[in-house]
Ligand binder design. Structure first.
Ligand code: AMP
Length: 198
């Protein structure tokens, strides 16, 4: 499965909680890139400018990272992708990667939050984490990119009938509860007891 939503919608936090709760491996492309930047690897040096500008990392690099990650053994029993695919070319690549390993997506979760609330949250996050891409100009740019590049990905999954869209306003616990409830409704047998947040 995967989780998507505009920058600042809380998908990183929710992805971590969900993968813990469901016992599946979380794969965040943003985290992978930030780790490479921190460790000053060759890939880190290549992507740092894109991250700082709030631009998408080129598809060739991103797809390679995802392909290698999804070939590792800990994702065979399931995975939760966070932040990928970000455009329709990546969506097509993910189809190819999954088909090659005989897997398919069960569900694409989407968190919905309006832009003003996102800017407010991201500016707040900037004061807490010092992320280099959390300044107002870069935030607005990332939101625009989301609308242009990533919203069509949600539309595609909606057409495939696998999009589960959830209101992303409210406390972390509220949102987590909504995600679990949506999953439980669609996959009643597959879900562990999901009535309490955790
Ligand atoms: P995130 O943590 O998902 O907000 O990602 C942080 C940054 O990493 C993004 O603004 C992009 O620069 C880069 N990034 C993460 N995922 C992708 C992706 N699927 N395609 C291109 N760039 C990405």
């Amino acid at each position: 499965m995967l989780i998507m939503g505009p920058p600042g919608c809380g998908k990183g936090t929710q992805a971590e909680r969900l993968s813990r709760r469901l016992g599946i491996t979380g794969v965040s492309t943003g985290e992978v890139f930030r780790d490479h930047v921190k460790n000053q690897t060759p890939l880190g040096r290549e992507v740092t400018g894109h991250l700082d500008a709030g631009d998408l990392v080129p598809d060739t690099l991103t797809n390679r990272v995802v392909r290698e990650r999804l070939n590792q053994s800990d994702v065979k029993a399931g995975f939760l992708l966070d932040g990928y695919p970000r455009n329709t070319a990546q969506l097509a690549e993910l189809d190819v990667i999954l088909a090659a390993s005989g897997q398919e997506l069960d569900v694409a979760l989407q968190l919905r939050v309006d832009d003003d609330e996102l800017v407010r949250r991201l500016l707040h996050r900037a004061t807490m984490t010092g992320r280099s891409d959390d300044t107002e100009d870069v935030i607005r740019h990332r939101l625009e990119l989301y609308q242009q590049e990533t919203a069509p990905v949600a539309s595609a999954y909606l057409q495939r009938g696998i999009l589960l869209s959830v209101d992303g306003l409210g406390s972390e616990d509220d949102i987590f509860g909504r995600l679990l409830a949506a999953l439980r409704e669609s996959f009643p047998e597959a879900m562990p007891d999901a009535t309490t947040p955790g």
